[in-house]
Design a protein around this ligand. Sequence first.
Ligand code: SAM
Length: 293
Amino acid sequence: MTIREVIQHSTRFLEGKGVESPRLQGEHLLAHVLGLPRLQLYLNIDRPLTEAEISTTRALVQRRGRREPLQHILGTANFAGLELKVTPDVLIPRPETELLAEQAANFLKSLAGRQPPEVLAATPLRMLDIGTGSGCLPIYVTHRLAECEAWTVDVSEAAIAIARENAGRHGVAERIHFVSGDAFAALDPELRFDLIVSNPPYIPAEEIATLDPEVRDHDPRLALDGGPDGLDFYRRIVREAGNWLQPGGKLMLELGHDQAAAVHALCEGQMWIVEAVLPDYSRIPRILIARRG
Ligand SMILES: C[S@@+](CC[C@H](N)C(=O)[O-])C[C@H]1O[C@@H](n2cnc3c(N)ncnc32)[C@H](O)[C@@H]1O
């Protein structure tokens, strides 16, 4: 079989299994097996494959057909241009979270621009991330901003281990403090931050069973379950975050698809001024930015 034929077969197979974007998924798997960038497949489209290449690709396509996420099969996910290791212990970072990462980095960059370099060198800006998962948020921000340190907390020790490894891969481990435990309760009470971010678990518990198999069966439940109405973590964060912010600091939260009004109301009930709720690529209100009133 040639590359073209394998792509055709895998597309048909994955389509039959209800996998979204079946052709693209098959191409990613084949490119992974051949060790080629995906677009190179098209420059070699009539190249015949060896028996070993075909059987390895078949095994991976079958795993994807059983609705195992592509990123688990490849072992990595791309987050805003950074390759991160992912395993079943961490949420696969999502494209909408890249918007939160970008807002966080832009805000800290603007703060950095207002301080003399010698002050920044002595006291770097500080960001806190609640719920680290793969470490995507603090890794992105510290990678973009040399003048920033981050603290990141996760109740899952396995997630902390992956996040630490990812930070090491990208050369920022020394500027990230990994804390294992329950949100704010795990932190040194003396700490204060210029920015607090979180993409918390926000799926209402009963909805988890209705999600796509890739999410329901493969993302960690700890990363999804936001309690009966999905808002448990927002209540906690909105209640507690104000005590941990420096004057002029901000809170930035990723929201579930229908949670903007509810989280906005929670913020206003706890003396926050909501500055913006930004839409994602599908125009869903996704990132809430607030400061202390
Ligand atoms: C939706 S995931 C977000 C992961 C990552 N920040 C991202 O955006 O891809 C939420 C994370 O919160 C963590 N978590 C759940 N309960 C927690 C708690 N009580 N304290 C700290 N982290 C918690 C989960 O283990 C999970 O890694």
